[in-house]
Ligand binder design. Structure first.
Ligand code: ZN
Length: 108
């Protein structure tokens, strides 16, 4: 597999993540696509529907703020807290196993 193809974390979860070499980002529930900055909002890269601003977030493996954001997104989508924590922990394990996104964002 090419190192540039996103790997999906937590497939089947209410909100999935994608991991690439440089970071981890949430995928939109409508299209499983990344968020994209539009003129005055964040939109789904596939259908251009406006989505919550957190779909524009990117974080690295060791970034606690990013994982907190993912837990918050899951809660916002109606996932129960215990299940949200389990999904976050599971995604972190899957992310670590890829060997990607280990460099903090902005450090090259
Ligand atoms: Zn969409």
């Amino acid at each position: 597999m090419s190192g540039h193809e996103p790997i999906i974390l937590n497939p089947g979860a209410p909100v999935t993540l994608a991991i690439v070499d440089y970071g981890i980002y949430p995928l939109t529930p409508c299209c499983q696509a990344s968020g994209k900055g539009l003129e005055d909002c964040i939109g789904c890269r596939a259908c251009y529907r406006e989505v919550e601003v957190y779909y524009g977030d990117v974080w690295s493996l060791g970034d606690e703020r990013g994982w907190d954001t993912y837990e918050w997104i899951l809660l916002d989508e109606g996932v129960e807290r215990g299940e949200a924590r389990r999904l976050v922990a599971s995604a972190r394990e899957q992310a670590a196993a890829t060997g990607r996104a280990t460099t903090p964002l902005g450090v090259r």
